[in-house]
Design a protein around this ligand. Structure first.
Ligand code: SF4
Ligand code: SF4
Length: 220
């Protein structure tokens, strides 16, 4: 059985006149208002993907690895993987000859997990992983969303905006000590003569035997 229609009109509610009850004049009035905005207002939209937005340097797009002199700056210390909240980063390290001592055999970021927080960039001691300006990522399947070294490595020359931004932002906070220098990218005591200095100091203090035994331990 059909219900009784309820009249919900308020006591002092304005009644619509004939033209208003037709609705059409109001619709055309609305269309006219929109059309006037099309010509008068500045354009806020893009014809994406033909037109693309160029983000500011502070923008956090997909994380990338900095490539310098044909190699990754990364020393595979694992700090970024530890700091990453959704555990999107994984890697395997290998020892190499040279001042860096370590580099990644493979390095992966799962872009489906990445939340673009920038923590990896913040903790990296080498400025080896930074946030790029890339934001339009699309994948056909889940496997495609796992970026390996070949897709993560981006030449330092293409990241100057972000590297300069980090320099400007981080230096005031951590003093000039933060400034990235290639000579700082060495975690080895092999080339620095550090052990020899230690041994010489210890010999000067009359405890050469202890120093040489400790240097043997480290070098071994
Ligand atoms: S931006 Fe955040 S979520 Fe993405 S890889 Fe870096 S730490 Fe992980
Ligand atoms: S924190 Fe930097 S140097 Fe360490 S593994 Fe991550 S990208 Fe490489």
């Amino acid at each position: 059985m059909a219900g009784t229609p309820l009249n919900t009109a308020k006591e002092n509610e304005r009644t619509l006149n004939f033209w208003e009850r037709l609705y059409l004049p109001e619709i055309f009035k609305g269309l006219g208002w929109s059309a006037s905005k099309i010509w008068k207002e500045p354009l806020y939209t893009f014809q994406y993907p033909e037109e693309q937005w160029y983000p500011p340097d502070s923008y956090r797009g997909r994380p990338v690895l900095v490539e310098e002199d044909g190699k990754a700056r990364c020393v595979s210390c694992d700090l970024c993987a530890r700091a990453c909240p959704p555990m999107a980063i994984s890697m395997e390290a290998q020892e190499i000859d040279g001042p860096k001592e370590r580099e990644p055999v493979w390095f992966e970021i799962n872009m489906l997990r990445c939340i673009y927080c920038g923590f990896c960039e913040e903790v990296c001691p080498e400025e080896a992983i930074v946030m790029s300006k890339e934001y339009d990522l699309t994948f056909q399947d889940r496997e495609e969303a796992i970026f390996g070294l070949e897709r993560l490595l981006v030449s330092k020359d293409h990241l100057t905006d972000r590297l300069n931004y980090l320099k400007a932002q981080k230096n005031p906070e951590f003093s000039a000590d933060w400034d990235y220098q290639a000579s700082n990218n060495r975690h080895s005591m092999r080339d620095t003569g550090f052990l020899a200095t230690l041994a010489a100091e210890a010999a000067g203090n009359g405890s050469g035997a202890e120093a040489s035994s400790s240097s043997d331990t480290v070098a071994g």
